[in-house]
Design a protein around this ligand. Structure first.
Ligand code: UT7
Length: 323
């Protein structure tokens, strides 16, 4: 059967780093509070004029280089983002042009922090249907542009960045020894639309708006939804926590990572953590963490990796892949 194999990884973080100590000069907060409640120590923030597409392009170029594939071989580009350059067109079309692609097609996916997992699942299904062979899947965000920098309950939590994975069609036997994406599991529940949102938007407010979050409620749902989708993924593949080499979670809060891992008996040393250095980069966080752990040699070819995310909507999902 056709399998979507993860053959290239890339990431990009803007140069400018804002530490918690700097945040404490902007709003009534402290390094202690931020570290204790979230695990975040610093975040990267895009330079003036540096757009989501610029971050995405850097990450995509690195993923192509990693794989030794040229842009002309790409059939499709998906950018998962909640912070597109413009309301329209899709940021992905700018990336397509920037990469020098002259064919194929490109579009954005909006599932906020779950965007990369949604994009990966979408790309996997296009590949399995035989419609495309090489897909660049990117999560890229400039959340700094939609933060209220006077609101301490949100501005300390987020950062900018991009991560990219090149998926390529390969073949497998149809069991869990195959390389590639083994299953994906997506969910949403619009009942919770208001709990985590940008208060603005072209239709509702004719403005861009700022991030608003009922943190405690989101936290509670995040742990429950992530635990349930991870259990669903393990059960669908007939495996247990011990079969997973690495969990690569969305990086919203270290306490969410810890309680989810505890509930499922994943040893903490098998969970990739970047929230301390990157903060929450929304759709970029999973591919950034993946590129980090591949880049430093922790994740190796043949490893079984479990990706998961939860975000506004609510949306949540997981994907199991053998690298
Ligand atoms: O990526 C999408 C998914 N997002 C998430 O999963 C985020 C989920 N939520 C969270 O991570 C946590 O709820 C937060 C980190 C957002 C907040 O942590 P918390 O432990 O739930 O704190 P809280 O909202 O209950 O606030 C506790 C106190 C409040 O003061 P009072 O009312 O108890 O006097 C806040 O005003 O902490 C205060 N507070 C702060 N204090 C210092 C809130 N933000 C700050 C801050 N610095 N930056």
């Amino acid at each position: 059967m056709i399998r979507s194999q993860l053959v290239g990884f890339g990431s990009y973080l803007p140069e400018r780093v804002i530490t918690n100590a700097e945040m404490a000069k902007m709003v009534d907060t402290s390094d202690e509070w931020i570290v204790e409640r979230t695990g975040i120590r610093q975040r990267h923030v895009a330079a003036e004029g540096q757009l989501t597409s610029d971050l995405a392009l850097e990450a995509a170029r690195k993923a192509l280089k990693f794989a030794g594939v040229s842009a002309s071989e790409l059939d499709m580009v998906i950018v998962a983002t909640a912070t597109p350059d413009n309301t329209f067109p899709a940021t992905a079309t700018k990336v397509q042009y920037g990469l020098g692609m002259t064919g194929g097609f490109a579009f954005d996916i909006q599932a906020v922090c779950s965007g990369f997992v949604y994009a990966l699942a979408t790309a996997d299904n296009f590949i399995k249907a035989g419609q495309v062979r090489n897909v660049m899947v990117i999560g890229a965000e400039t959340f700094s542009r939609i933060l209220d920098w006077n609101d301490r309950t949100t501005c300390v939590l987020f950062g900018d960045g991009a991560g990219a994975v090149l998926l390529s069609a390969g073949t497998g036997k149809g069991d869990i020894t195959d390389r590639g994406i083994l299953s994906s599991h997506l969910h949403s529940d619009g009942k919770h639309y208001e709990l985590l949102q940008v208060k603005g938007g072209p239709s509702r407010g004719q403005t861009v708006g700022h991030v608003y979050m009922e943190g405690r409620e989101v936290f509670r749902h995040a742990v429950a939804n992530l635990t349930s989708v991870l259990e669903e993924t393990l059960a669908a593949n007939g495996i247990g926590p011990a079969d997973i080499d690495w969990v690569v979670p969305h990086q919203a809060n270290k306490r969410i990572l810890d309680s989810t891992a505890r509930k499922l008996n994943f040893p903490p040393e098998r969970v990739v953590v970047t929230v301390d250095r990157h903060a929450n980069t929304s759709a970029a966080s999973v591919p950034l963490a993946l590129a980090d752990a591949v880049g430093d040699g922790r994740i190796k070819q043949g490893d079984m990796v479990l990706l998961e995310a939860m975000g506004g909507g609510f949306t949540w999902g997981a994907a199991l892949a053998r690298i």
